[in-house]
Design a binder for this molecule. Structure first.
Ligand code: DC
Length: 215
């Protein structure tokens, strides 16, 4: 069984996906974390997003996700990069790498392989539209960008970071993600959409769970 939770940046998709996975005893995959880990590797190795990434380079990249006790660990070539991939440096670059077909195919392969042996909850941008168009349940989360930036700021808990710069980064990323040619960020026709602007974590969780249990 596949549950797809797609949506805009910073709408709490991964929080919800983890909660649903825990509730249903499913495995969890964070598709954005694959794009982030790939981006980290490519910037560390000075590989520009404007160039085509050769298969010989991609063959050197091993990304693993282990979900245990409501916690997701992401490793890149056996190094735990769970924290590093959330940093500003990766956040501002990830969308320009995620546009590329060779990068997307790398991630699709990983996700589809994981689904062979697991029931999965997966969060992302194109899970319900492209990666698993036949997913059993599809959700699409969206919210006002200011509210998303405020929530992200609270999470970062760093007084040197400005609300305006977070909002700008979020909006830029959504813009690049939704206007790209391949697998843009958009709601699947058959996805259940939730405006999370004025809902808290538990309210969103209950809506998702209700929808799943109503079938
Ligand atoms: O979910 P996230 O914010 O960590 O994702 C980071 C970036 O990865 C996002 O801005 C675009 C890309 N991404 C994507 O293109 N497709 C997905 N299914 C998930 C993420």
């Amino acid at each position: 069984m596949i549950i797809a939770i797609d949506g805009e940046a910073s709408t709490g998709k991964s929080t919800q996906a983890k909660k649903i996975a825990k509730e249903l005893n499913f495995n969890y995959r964070d598709s954005g974390a694959y794009y982030r880990a790939l981006t980290l590797y490519l910037i560390q190795n000075n590989i520009n997003s404007k160039e085509e990434i050769p298969q010989t380079i991609l063959d050197k990249i091993l990304i693993e996700q282990v979900y245990k006790d409501n916690n997701l660990i992401i490793s890149l070539n056996n190094e735990d990069v769970s924290k590093k991939i959330r940093g500003y440096r990766v956040s501002i670059k990830v969308s320009s790498y995620a546009k590329k077909s060779e990068i997307r195919n790398f991630v699709y392969k990983q996700l589809r392989n994981s689904a062979k042996s697991n029931s999965l909850v997966i969060d992302g941008r194109d899970i319900g539209t492209v990666v698993f168009p036949d997913a059993d349940f599809k959700f699409f989360l969206f919210a006002d960008s200011k509210v998303r930036a405020e929530r992200r700021l609270k999470q970062i808990n760093d007084k040197s970071v400005k609300l305006e710069s977070i909002e700008k980064e979020i909006k830029n990323r959504d813009n690049t993600d939704s206007t790209r040619k391949i697998a843009p960020l958009k709601k699947a026709d058959d996805a259940y959409e939730i405006d999370v602007t004025s809902l808290n974590i538990n309210q969103v969780f209950n809506k998702i769970l209700q929808k799943i249990n109503s079938r």
